[in-house]
Design a protein around this ligand. Structure first.
Ligand code: ZN
Length: 302
């Protein structure tokens, strides 16, 4: 078999995933606002002109129109194009790492695995961007996706449901415990219920052994991001957009007394970093996951 059909399949995998990214843009924008996902169709948020199908090609249209509305010239955020591009690349990487089109015996199983992992990866993308903008993780996404994650463990050949069930329970339980302890010490939510749901979701797909890696990777990268954001804030006097000051939190949640003594603290949404850690675990983490899990087991046993 020549390589041409191979490349065509990969192009298809990219375009398919970029189109899903286009739909995720709608979810990320509308779901937190309680708007319908299907109606009205995509339109310019300035002039309300419906976006025509040929202007709605993932990634490409943004470049052709230079990020502007064809009707009124209003600028669209590059975030829309960025999310489509990220989804396309993730979809292509998933296809390349799960499906072998030359192996007819495993093809159906691989396709099932591919679809299942797409549910995982694209729900992570949606959750990360919603959390980044609104500092909450919608249960409308996390709960059904946890169920689909566990279902995959039972129905897709080659997967083992037990580590996944444990992953959901331990992941959710661990962050709930952290939230409880944080509340007792600081009288303030360090993690929310949404973060606990997200780690349960990650555990439901990656299994319990991946959780230490995901948590360590998320915490390290969140720390780096806080340091960079603070340096940026100090240098420019402007918010980096990533972090919320407690004043901004008060404005959002209307809870002034709770944060009064913590006025100088910087709060950062943890969800995007958990999602990032989970993607790193999925694509690069196999060796590290097991080394870290073994080290933890050795520590507990010793
Ligand atoms: Zn417009």
């Amino acid at each position: 078999m020549s390589t041409a059909p191979f490349i065509l399949l990969q192009v298809f995998a990219f375009l398919w995933a970029a189109s899903l990214g286009s739909f995720l843009n709608v979810v990320i924008y509308r779901l937190p606002l309680g708007m319908s996902l299907s109606r009205p169709g995509s339109r310019c948020s300035s002039c309300l002109t419906p976006i025509r199908w040929f202007d709605n090609v993932p990634v490409l249209s943004w470049w052709v129109l230079r990020g502007r509305c064809r009707a009124c010239g209003a600028r669209f955020s590059p975030r829309y194009m960025l999310i489509e591009l990220v989804c396309g690349v993730l979809g292509l990487a998933l296809w390349r790492s799960t499906v072998d089109p030359l192996d007819p015996d495993t093809f159906t199983t691989m396709m099932a695995l591919w679809i299942w992992l797409q549910i995982f990866v694209f729900s992570l993308v949606a959750i990360a961007f919603i959390d980044l903008e609104h500092t909450f993780i919608p249960e409308e996404i996390s709960i059904p996706v946890i169920i689909l994650g566990l279902a995959g463990g039972f129905f897709i050949p080659g997967l083992d449901p037990l580590p996944q069930v444990l992953g959901a329970l331990v992941g959710g339980g661990f962050l709930l415990a952290v939230t409880g302890v944080g509340w007792l010490i600081y009288r303030r939510e360090a993690m929310g219920l949404g973060d606990a749901m997200l780690l349960a979701l990650i555990g439901a797909f990656l299994g319990v052994a991946a959780l230490p890696f995901v948590l360590v990777a998320a915490a390290c990268q969140a720390m780096v991001a806080v340091i960079v954001a603070r340096l940026y804030q100090r240098a420019t006097g402007r918010s980096a957009g990533l972090t919320l000051t407690t004043e901004e939190l008060d404005a959002r949640f209307g809870d002034t007394e709770r944060h009064a003594d913590l006025a100088s603290h910087t709060v950062i949404p943890f969800g995007p970093f958990l999602a990032l850690g989970a993607l790193e675990a999925l694509f690069f983490g196999h060796d590290l996951i097991w080394r870290l899990a073994d080290a933890l087991v050795a520590l507990v046993v010793a």
